[in-house]
Design a protein around this ligand. Structure first.
Ligand code: ZN
Length: 371
């Protein structure tokens, strides 16, 4: 049983709450027609609940809490262009600034961004340096949309990209990223698109490109380029996909890809916005589905990376349910049974069209790789 860890190192720092995304009409400016402005979806409260359920919930006794140094400019510069980081730093003292039409940046944001990236680096180093097998960075703002020179989708610095590059400077050669956030992990894809040593996998709803900040489509034909051809795997699932679709895609597409790649460490971009009540997602994953994803990540790590597994928080915007789904995920990751009742699971788990959708993803990928 030595390969299996039932301890979880959680990296957390309250300064991530200083990134104030304010209120408005969903994730933009307030509507002149509506008397009540709502919280921006990527707000501190969602992560306060995630922290709360880990600190007080059934897995609390499995957790060791850690902090980490803020990410240095040099570390962030391993993934990002220097000019882009300078622009971001120059905004630091500014008042609220919209980096994209949905992505605000305020006076506390730059420090929170560096703290967030530092937590991901801390979690990755913890595992890579053998201090523990499983680590999770409870961080915000999220990172997986941030490209080397571009802000996108609430993300400024690619926390996972920076963490992987820091590990590479310490001897890491091969890593696999499994991104099960409901949105395409386009920033991580972009950063490693020509890189044969980092396998980037994203399973997401089939939302396509969404404008200048997100030109990547997330389609199955984006397979990587040059030496990196084949080392990017996109799994765009149909809208309404639930537990069965996500778990089958993991078993039938993700697992064989990671097994063939043989990474030294497994990194999960752990969003919970594929949950059935997420304001930013149109998928139907329940706590049971997230528990299944966590179990599968653990199994893959046990088989391939001597148990080395790093999880980094991404999206997940349902203020209560995302926290429950995170808890279920981490129980799976720890090899524990799911112990909390799902407060609101009731949607049917339709599977019609699933066979065809999975087949099409694999056939598209195969035809592009054969070109
Ligand atoms: Zn997302």
């Amino acid at each position: 049983m030595s390969k299996f860890s039932e301890r979880l190192a959680v990296f957390f720092d309250e300064r991530i709450f200083d990134h104030d995304t304010d209120h408005g009409f969903f994730d933009g400016n307030a509507s002149p027609y509506l008397p009540v402005a709502e919280r921006h979806p990527e707000n501190a409260e969602r992560v306060r609940n995630m922290h709360g359920i880990l600190a007080n919930g059934p897995i609390k006794d499995h957790i060791d809490w850690h902090d980490a140094p803020v990410a240095s400019e040099a570390a962030m510069g391993l993934f990002h262009d220097d000019a882009y980081l300078k622009e971001l730093a120059a905004l630091a003292a500014d008042r609220k600034h919209w980096c994209t039409s949905t992505t605000p940046f305020g006076p506390g944001s730059y420090d929170a961004v560096r703290v967030s990236a530092g937590l991901a680096v801390g979690a990755a180093e913890h595992v890579w340096l053998g201090k523990g097998k499983i680590a999770y960075a409870l961080c915000r703002p999220p990172g997986h949309h941030a490209q080397p020179a571009r802000t996108d989708g609430y993300c400024f610095v690619n926390n996972i990209g920076v963490a992987i590059e820091v590990l590479r400077a310490k001897g890491l050669r091969r890593a696999a990223v499994i991104d099960w956030d409901v949105h395409h992990g386009n920033g991580t894809q972009a950063g490693f698109y020509a890189d044969p040593d980092i396998l980037t996998i994203s399973m997401h709803m089939d939302h396509g490109a969404w404008g200048d900040s997100h030109p990547q489509t997330g389609a199955a034909d984006e397979v990587g380029i040059d030496a990196g051809k084949g080392a990017n795997l996109n799994i765009p699932l149909p809208y309404g996909s639930g537990d069965s679709a996500h778990l089958r895609a993991f078993d039938e597409i993700i697992t064989p890809a990671v097994q063939a790649f043989r990474p030294q460490v497994l990194v999960v971009a752990a969003g919970q916005d594929a949950n059935q009540f997420d304001p930013n997602g149109r998928q139907n994953v329940t706590m049971a589905g997230f528990h299944g994803l966590g179990l599968r990540a653990r199994k893959l790590a046990a088989e391939l990376t001597d148990g080395k597994l790093v999880l980094v928080q991404e999206g997940g915007y349902s203020i209560s349910y995302a926290a429950y789904c995170l808890h279920a995920t981490l129980e799976g990751v720890l090899g524990l049974r799911s112990s909390l009742d799902d407060p609101i699971a009731f949607l049917p788990d339709h599977t019609h069209g699933l066979e065809a959708a999975l087949r099409e993803i694999l056939e598209t990928r195969r035809s592009v790789l054969e070109l």
